[in-house]
Ligand binder design. Structure first.
Ligand code: HEM
Length: 511
């Protein structure tokens, strides 16, 4: 089936008017393809995104017209091959949101919840070509220098410390007590931030994403914290990701470094948290995994890949924009049209997976990390954190099981992603085991020149690191200026960024 019209037929206005408060509530006139199109922000998509993708695939084929927040038109790419075609041809489908026709035509309101994700900024995610290569090389080459075994040791240590907090209880919510905390604790270590920043940044980024009343202050806290850290590293370079990024020949200025650190803290934390939660969920609910793991027929890395196929952290990835009139799949798109990568839909495309019940056996050709020049450069780290986290948890709590029926679990969904709000489990109560913490610190000290390693243990390390220091620090997290070196945040200049970001994570909605 062919959609013959495009979302871009309205008369244009100047770029300078692109951020007016124009409602932009309706698709542009003359756009039959988007008349009655499915709203990705609608209830149907929230409750059953995979069902919606299959309906769209059946009705439209591999590329379907949809509406995003504010009823702005977009094309959702559902086909596996079509997703790859889009991400692999940046000369046809750019990452530069400044060419978005809805924006140029003034249909995107200034407070659109899409803008925190899509609004152009000088980051590697928004550029193509030579500038992308410059920024991306700095990120990928700096990440490549991290010591992978060091990362796994960090995960083991922090996972052990988190488990210690609830192991005696015999029950826990693995989202709020485990998955939500682990990636950030590891990331702050890789960045070379003081250990005590971990719990504070976890709390602040969660607060920011949830769009609470203190969300804006939390965003200021995160931004000022990374800026202060960059300023400190400018004075005192060390052996960490931040220092590598600053020293890279791409010659990023301090603000570019700070913005990339902020980007990774927020996006890598969220995606990896979701991946850990989804992997734990599948391990406990899908007998293929449990039985296979026990019988050593399927390794944990294989299980993680299966999750990345079936429940990718980002289901719909924004975005690409057509650089000119072109055809993709079965539709004609116009210059400036927005295309959304349907990563979850592409992963279940019958053209590549006719039988979704067949295990993927570690096959890594899924779309969970996208593809092409912008393919996630942190995927090995995301995998390492997830695998190690689940491994440590299953080792410490071998009899762990879901404490509620699977159908009673609550999922938070948005047009971009969905994840569990809670993962209540029960297990035989155990005792605190600080073996991991004892083992990790000396090995860091033995290899101070390697990154992934980072600063010598801080004053809280002897008292048990962030797990011990956590309670008070976490409580103080969203308070602006809680990090001693961060400057007083400026007064609130605009609508809460957190509230806008909450739009694309769709916080508070139930499956
Ligand atoms: C399971 C965890 C993760 C998932 C599922 C994930 C997924 C993604 C996806 C789908 C993209 C968009 C690519 C595109 O636009 O085509 C992306 C980009 C990116 N990710 Fe990840 N990610 C994860 C973890 C991480 C980690 C741990 C880091 C860093 C340590 C990281 C750093 C980045 C960066 C810097 C980009 C932008 C790359 C560019 O535009 O060139 N991610 N990720």
């Amino acid at each position: 089936m062919t959609a013959s019209s495009t979302p871009s037929s309205a008369g244009g206005t100047s770029a300078s008017s692109a951020h007016t408060s124009h409602s932009g509530a309706m698709p542009p006139p003359g756009c039959p393809a988007h008349a009655g199109a499915v709203r990705l922000s609608g209830d149907e998509h929230r409750t059953d995104p995979m069902g919606v993708y299959e309906q769209l695939r059946e009705k439209h084929g591999p590329v379907a017209p949809v509406l995003v927040e504010g009823d702005l038109p977009a094309w959702l790419v559902l086909g596996y091959r079509e997703n790859l075609e889009v991400v692999r041809t940046p000369n046809r489908f750019s990452r530069d949101s400044r060419i978005w026709n809805s924006l140029l035509q003034g249909h995107v309101p200034e407070d659109s919840p899409l803008l925190p994700m899509i609004g152009w900024r000088p980051l590697c995610v928004f550029v193509d070509g030579a500038e992308h290569e410059r920024l991306r090389a700095a990120v990928t080459e700096s990440l490549a220098k991290l010591d992978r075994r060091g990362i796994r040791r960090y995960v083991t240590r922090f996972a052990g410390q988190l488990i210690d907090r609830f192991v005696a209880d015999g029950e826990a919510d693995l989202v709020s007590k485990f998955a939500e905390h682990l990636p950030m604790l590891v990331l702050t270590q890789l960045f070379g931030m003081p250990e005590e920043y971990g719990p504070r940044l976890v709390e602040a980024t969660l607060d920011l994403i949830k769009g609470s009343e203190t969300a804006f202050e939390s965003d200021v806290f995160v931004t000022e914290t990374v800026r202060a850290h960059v300023a400190r590293r400018r004075e005192e370079p060390a052996h960490d990701f931040t220092s590598l990024l600053m020293a890279h020949p791409a010659n990023l200025d301090d603000e570019e470094v700070a913005q990339h650190l902020r980007l990774i803290l927020i996006s890598a934390n969220e995606t990896t948290t979701i991946c850990i939660g989804n992997t734990l969920h599948l391990v406990m609910t899908d007998h293929r995994f449990r039985a296979s793991l026990a019988g050593v027929r399927m390794t944990l890395p294989d299980a993680v890949e299966q999750v990345l196929w079936d429940e990718p952290s980002i289901m719909v990835c924004p975005a690409r924009w057509a650089t000119g009139d072109t055809e993709i799949g079965n539709v004609q798109v116009k210059a400036g049209d927005m295309l959304l990568l349907g990563l979850a839909a592409g992963n279940t495309d019958p053209a590549v997976r006719p039988d979704l019940t067949m295990p993927m056996h570690g096959n890594r050709s899924h779309l969970a990390f996208s593809g092409g020049p912008h393919e996630c450069p942190g995927q090995d780290i995301g995998r390492a954190i997830t695998e190690t986290a689940v491994d440590v948890l299953l080792t410490r709590l071998p009899d762990v099981e879901l404490a509620v029926a699977d159908e009673d679990l609550v999922w938070v969904s948005s047009w971009m992603s969905r994840h569990l709000t809670e993962l209540p489990v029960r297990f035989k109560p155990g005792s605190v085991d600080d073996t991991a913490a004892r083992n990790v610190v000396p090995s860091q000290a033995a290899r101070p020149e390697r990154v992934g390693a980072v600063p010598p243990p801080g004053p809280d390390a002897e008292a048990g690191g962030p797990a011990a220091a956590g309670a008070n620090a976490v409580a103080a997290a969203p308070a602006a200026g809680a990090v001693p070196t961060a400057e007083e945040p400026p007064s609130r200049p605009r609508k809460s960024l957190g509230a806008r970001i909450a739009g694309w994570f769709g916080i508070g909605k139930r499956r």
